[in-house]
Design a protein around this ligand. Structure first.
Ligand code: PLP
Length: 399
């Protein structure tokens, strides 16, 4: 069938594809440990769900302005102001159906044919596809493994072209868990500012930060004078275990925000009203929100310590990035390639079929020697999964 040029290069999300296969095998009765999905395993905190239920009962079920209910935009701006120490305006906020739509709005509004958009790699699988949907060209920029794959201005210099119009970074990073410091972010921001390149910073995992105090640094931690044109992308999905509610947002210049809102008004209108009411609780009831973040954060930090310890004990020769944020372990399986297994996609397929463990091959993130494992699950399942992975590795090397 003939489709339009808009979707000619479009493929379904690789991470969702693995997760769907794992669920199908489980429904057929296989004992599957599914560590492929990118979502917290917690229930949405009760104060958030209750707010939505009350909202529905009180008639908050109608259309809202496309950019979101005004109180929610104000609450988000207030939290951003606390974060940055400077006044952020509610008119700069657009509430979206998940961070994914926030990214879509930004990429589709800012870029088009003939534009190159640099994507820090390894990258979240959706970025290059969203850039292509805007008919711009994604350009992968890899950082050094020794620097946890974080990119630097030198890496950008090597990949920039005369058509470079944007850069997408993600901190804490999916899939590596790497977190950029304020100094590293400032250097990238200044590189972009000096060249008039849009900096898109996806900080959806910002509150899942395992080292230091509080949330991870983000572009609002960068001195104002170092920032050129930018769009901050964030949301409630990961921080508040709200993946199904579909609440994200952008923060950008007010003129740009008006365009995002206009685009959204022609596509989805507003994100679901009860979800916005739920998000209002998450962003305005700061005491309850901080308590929920602390509780989930503690569990994530414990699991991160467990996963790193088990890697050292069970798979001592396997390189991995020690994640400072998010809930993924990114490890290299390149050392296991042989006549039968040529890449991480094949390695993951064998692991799923023989050991029933679903992980995401690095092909989804730009490097098919690596694999991503989510540790947003119980300690017991983490132990079982790593036990199965090490059995598989031992069996393959014995065979
Ligand atoms: N950005 C990154 C880096 C992600 O990992 C994800 C989800 O996996 C998203 C954005 C999308 O978030 P949402 O569910 O809010 O659309």
């Amino acid at each position: 069938m003939q489709f339009s040029v808009n979707v000619e290069k479009l493929k379904p999300s690789a991470t969702i594809a693995v997760s769907t296969l794992a669920k199908k095998l489980a429904s057929e009765g296989r004992d599957i440990i599914n560590l492929s999905a990118g979502e917290p395993d917690f229930d949405t905190p009760a104060f958030i769900s209750d707010a939505a239920i009350n909202g529905i009962r009180n008639g908050r079920t109608r259309y809202t302005p496309p950019a979101g209910i005004p109180e929610l935009r104000v609450a988000i701006a207030a939290r951003l102001s606390e974060r940055s120490g400077r006044a952020m305006e509610s008119e700069g906020v657009v509430v979206t159906a998940g961070a994914k739509q926030a990214l879509f709005n930004a990429l589709f509004t800012l870029f088009g044919p003939g534009d190159d958009v640099m994507v820090a790699a390894p990258y979240w699988t959706t970025y290059p596809d969203l850039v292509r949907i805007a008919r711009a060209e994604p350009v992968e920029v890899f950082g050094e493994q020794a620097n946890d794959f974080k990119i630097t201005p030198t890496d950008l210099d090597e990949c920039a072209t005369h058509s470079t119009r944007g850069l997408i970074i993600n901190t804490p990073c999916n899939p590596t868990g790497a977190v950029y410091s304020v100094e590293e972010l400032t250097a990238l921001a200044e590189w972009c500012r000096d060249r008039g390149v849009w900096l898109l910073s996806d900080e959806i995992y910002r509150n899942i930060h395992h080292v230091g105090d509080g949330a991870a640094p983000g572009i609002l931690s960068v001195p104002a004078e170092s920032l050129g044109p930018y769009v901050l992308i964030d949301g409630a999905s990961k921080s508040f275990a709200m993946t199904g509610w579909r609440i994200g947002f952008t923060y950008a210049d007010v003129e740009v925000t008006k365009k995002f809102s206009a685009l959204q008004s022609q596509i989805t209108s507003n994100s679901a009203t009860p979800s916005q009411v739920a998000a209002l609780a998450a962003f305005s009831d700061t005491d309850a929100a901080d308590a929920a973040l602390a509780e989930m954060g503690e569990a994530f930090a414990r699991r991160r310590a467990l996963v790193c310890r088990l890697m050292g004990e069970l798979l001592p020769d396997v390189p991995f990035i020690e994640p400072d944020g998010a809930f993924y372990l990114f490890f290299c399986v390149g050392g296991f390639f042989d006549d039968e297994i040529a890449n991480a996609t094949e390695w993951c397929s064998r692991l799923l079929h023989e050991q029933g463990v679903a992980l995401v091959p690095g092909a989804a993130f730009g490097d098919d020697r690596w694999v991503r494992m989510s540790f947003a699950t119980s300690d017991e399942i983490i132990e079982q999964a790593l036990g199965r992975i090490s059995s598989s590795v031992r069996a393959a090397s014995a065979g």
